[in-house]
Write a protein that binds this ligand. Structure first.
Ligand code: IPE
Ligand code: IPE
Ligand code: MG
Length: 259
């Protein structure tokens, strides 16, 4: 192998190692985007859906396996009724208009979040998106809708408590793995990278359990301005991070011999 080939192979291997398998997006700043232009908040949300389309396309181009998007939190119900209806309407339209294209792009749609108190027409739509695309093997698009991490963990605790009450599980068998298996994300790997736009630096009840070892990138831009360039920039930043998972950096002295 020529020196150039070795270098290229090494670079590819490094790229592969450095690229995240699962990226989660906190799509924040639609309201501020609109306010800065003297437009109604609705316009910010509408442009936010366009940014979401761009993000999905970019994730496909960048060969990311899982993309989770925070579309509506369990706490977002506390917004004015007109805004909540507008957001539900946009989700409705996004799935109606984009499902065929997502399916054609081999995207598998998954929805996480509480379903119990959702209107039947929304439930049917979410179910349809999952069913139609369930056999697809490309990008998995995880839509967090009516999602709250504390509520998700509480539901997992309830499910485990019921198993204990029925005598199917001993309390001593409850470990991190048993809890993870009860979460909405049971069959989805933990996010490697969480990107939040709008300059806010918080999780807002998003993937609290799953984010234990995630890397965070906070972008100052507002969500409607998010594009492939911003996405690649966040991935580049991720590529410079040294993920240790409590162990030693692979390059640290003694790391290879320590066990
Ligand atoms: C994100 O934008 C969309 C949702 C939370 C549904 P916001 O509506 O939170 O926009 P800001 O934070 O008010 O600018
Ligand atoms: C988080 O954004 C939820 C979504 C992006 C869907 P928020 O705008 O609701 O978060 P806070 O209220 O600023 O923490
Ligand atoms: Mg916000």
């Amino acid at each position: 192998m020529a020196a150039g080939d070795i270098l290229e192979a090494e670079t590819n291997a490094r790229d592969l190692r450095a690229s995240p398998r699962h990226v989660a997006l906190i799509m924040d700043g639609n309201g501020r985007w609109a306010a800065a232009r003297g437009l109604p908040r609705f316009e910010g949300h509408r442009r936010g859906v366009e940014a979401l389309r761009r993000a999905v396309r970019a994730a496909i181009n960048l060969r990311i396996d899982y993309l989770t998007v925070y579309s509506f939190s369990a706490e977002n119900w506390s917004r004015p009724r007109e805004e909540v209806e507008m957001l539900l309407g946009l989700l409705h339209r996004f799935i109606r208009n984009d499902l065929a294209e997502l399916h054609a792009s081999n995207v598998r749609v998954r929805v996480i979040g509480a379903r119990g108190d959702l209107a039947p027409e929304i439930l049917d739509l979410l179910r349809e998106a999952e069913q139609v695309t369930q056999a697809n093997a490309g990008l998995t698009l995880v839509v967090a809708f009516n999602y709250g991490a504390r509520q998700e963990i509480a539901a997992a605790a309830r499910a485990l408590a019921e198993m204990v009450a029925l005598g199917r599980l001993a309390p001593g068998e409850i470990d991190a793995e048993a809890i993870a298996a009860q979460l909405d994300t049971a069959d989805i790997p933990d996010p490697d990278l969480i990107i939040r736009t709008s300059g806010e630096q918080r999780l807002s009840n998003f993937l609290l359990w799953q984010a234990a070892y995630a890397e965070f990138v906070f972008l100052p831009i507002l969500w409607p301005d998010f594009d492939e360039v911003a996405f690649i920039g966040a991935l580049a930043e991720y590529g410079h991070r040294d993920r240790r998972f409590g162990g030693l950096d692979a390059a640290a002295p003694g790391a290879k011999t320590a066990s």
